[in-house]
Design a protein around this ligand. Structure first.
Ligand code: ADP
Ligand code: MG
Ligand code: ZN
Length: 557
């Protein structure tokens, strides 16, 4: 393994392996079929790139992402690693020339699309090469139990077995349930001990579910509170992406967009704007992101509920690849669930298919409504035991539930003092100490509860009364102007027999307050440096570091 470590340092510039990488590399070097399950950003690529450098033969990498192959190969070439790709963007001659290069041993890695590998002509060409390793990225695509089954992947099991060079197979994925993992292993002849699973937990991600809020407002607030942070906002449809892009652009927020309906130029332009932080927020359909290696993505927000938890975890996992604290936020409304159901109803699939899709959606519904730890819920779904993360919105909710018994008693006693004859508006005004005509006419300013909540804004008092109604300490009876009544549990609170706990609503929040002028200056300096050196700005200094420098609280450094 010394040789592997040397390659890691010299070619890739890293000092040590991440969990699972060393085992994977060593297995592949020994010619043992292997399945690598690592979260997004875990470092799967090195598991075949390092063996490729050390072995004599050719490593063929199957990747479904034609659009990204060139970038991946360019990145390798930049590190002096001889690699090339063959896909449908090349003409016949060019592809042929690259195959000859591979035959002459001039490249170590050959990236191909699964569709290409499925062609018998191409398989015949490969048979003439010394293919020593077959690396299959996004390996869950081979399983119909996965969320992203691709028929072209099925050909891989034949290719793996029929190539005369008997290549070692290394399959890699970030999302595999037990069932999918079994399926992948069975199809690709990977033995039980050949599974490397580093677990799915992403310790730097905090999951949040935001229920039934005005989503547009949430997004605007969130982006304003987190200026210059990079993030992805996923929306369910192209139309929705267009709408959000227009809305947020109008609010002068630095967004760009990506979906399959845009021209190729537009897509690559926007993608580049995003990658280089010219427009750090990408609004996109799920067509965007697979294989995107942008390390400083601080948040991934889903504006609509995705179709299943695998997709959700994979998309959310694009936040925080640099290991710094990042947020994965699902904006949830029951209405979106109905829309998803409607799509399933209308789909072409047979009854079995529909049932499966309903079930997956049901899992999403449970995720959005569970009171348990969100990370734990996800990990359990993938068959991994874990403890509450203490970071997700449910864990924080529990920790941040505040004792509001005293305030509740103030409201309840005011309702009693007002003889349970008035509605929310007037009760709130009495508590807040308003001096309007109605209050004077009714002599309500003489009540002992008059003004006892004057320190709270009127609106908050009203919201608090809503909360007491929702929690059934108060009842609002009657049609247009309902009258407040104290319930039995409300009476118990007044007698001091019951406590009232309130969870903080999740609102868009900022990481840390920042001296914006200074931040902008530093960013400009950073951009200059970056352009000089021809690298993305975050390579020089992450926004996070810049913000830490600019905050009023030096202890966060
Ligand atoms: P995955 O395919 O699992 O999503 P990648 O292979 O794209 O992840 O790697 C994610 C990031 O982690 C890349 O920027 C990569 O350079 C980096 N990385 C991988 N292995 C290491 C390591 N041993 N030390 C430091 N960084 C690493
Ligand atoms: Mg990858
Ligand atoms: Zn949690």
């Amino acid at each position: 393994m010394d040789a592997a470590l040397a390659v890691l340092k010299e070619k890739f510039g890293y000092d040590s392996f991440r969990p699972g990488q060393d085992t994977a590399v060593s297995r592949v070097l020994h010619g043992e079929n292997t399945l690598v399950i690592m979260p997004t950003g875990g470092g799967k690529s090195l598991c075949y790139q390092i063996p490729a450098m050390l072995l004599d033969g050719l490593t063929v990498v199957v990747s479904p992402l034609i659009a990204l192959m060139k970038d991946q190969v360019d990145a390798l070439n930049d590190n002096d690693i001889p690699a090339t790709f063959i896909n449908s963007t090349l003409d016949y001659q060019d592809a042929d020339e690259r195959l000859s290069m591979a035959a002459r041993g001039e490249v170590k890695l050959l990236y191909v699309a699964p569709e290409r590998l499925a062609m018998s002509g191409f398989q015949a060409e490969l048979a003439d090469l010394n293919v020593q390793v077959l690396a299959i990225d996004e390996a869950h695509c081979i399983s119909q139990w996965g969320h992203d089954f691709r028929p072209s992947y099925l050909a891989l099991q034949e290719v793996a077995k029929s190539l005369p060079s008997h290549p070692t197979v290394v399959a890699l994925t970030a999302t595999a349930t037990e069932r999918v993992a079994d399926d992948v292993c069975q199809r690709l002849d990977i033995p039980a001990e050949g599974r490397i699973n580093t677990g799915f937990a992403r310790e730097n991600l905090s999951f949040q579910v935001v229920r039934d809020q005005d989503k547009d407002k949430f997004l605007i607030d969130y982006l304003r509170l987190n200026p210059d942070q990079s993030g992805i906002v996923y929306a369910a449809t192209r139309k929705e992406v267009d709408r959000l892009d227009a809305l947020l652009t109008k609010k002068h927020l630095p967004v760009t967009k990506y979906h399959a309906g845009l021209s190729e130029e537009e897509r690559s332009q926007n993608q580049e704007d995003f990658l280089f932080d010219r427009k750090p927020v990408m609004i996109a359909t799920n067509a965007f992101g697979m294989g995107i290696d942008k390390s400083n993505v601080r948040f991934v927000i889903h504006d609509q509920v995705p179709a299943d938890l695998e997709s959700y975890y994979q998309e959310a996992g694009r936040a925080g690849r640099d290991g710094l604290p990042s947020e994965a936020i699902l904006l949830f409304s029951q209405g979106d669930l109905h829309i998803r159901r409607f799509f399933i109803d209308q789909s072409e699939g047979d009854e079995d298919y529909k049932q499966r899709e309903y079930q997956k959606l049901q899992v999403m519904n449970q995720y959005a409504n569970t009171g348990e730890c969100l990370q734990e819920y996800i990990l359990q779904y993938f068959g991994q035991e874990s403890a509450p993360c203490q970071r997700c919105s449910n864990c924080l909710d529990q920790r941040e539930a505040v004792d509001v018994t005293t305030d509740a008693q103030k409201v309840l006693s005011c309702v009693v003092r007002m003889r349970e004859r008035f509605g929310k508006g007037l009760v709130a005004q009495v508590l807040g100490g308003s001096a309007n005509q109605r209050i004077r006419e009714l002599h309500l300013q003489d009540l002992p509860t008059y003004g006892i909540m004057a320190s709270m804004p009127q609106k908050r008092i009203s919201e608090f009364i809503d909360f007491l109604v929702a929690s059934e300490y108060l009842e609002a009876l009657g049609g247009q102007y309902p009258i407040l009544h104290v319930t039995a549990s409300g009476a118990a609170v007044l007698r001091g027999e019951e406590k009232v706990m309130r969870k903080q609503a999740i609102q868009a929040r900022a990481a840390v307050p920042v001296d914006d002028a200074l931040f902008q200056k530093l960013r400009a300096v950073r951009r200059e440096l970056a352009e000089e050196q021809g690298v993305p700005p975050f390579v020089i200094f992450s926004d996070k570091t810049l913000r830490a420098i600019c905050t009023a609280q030096p202890q966060t450094l």
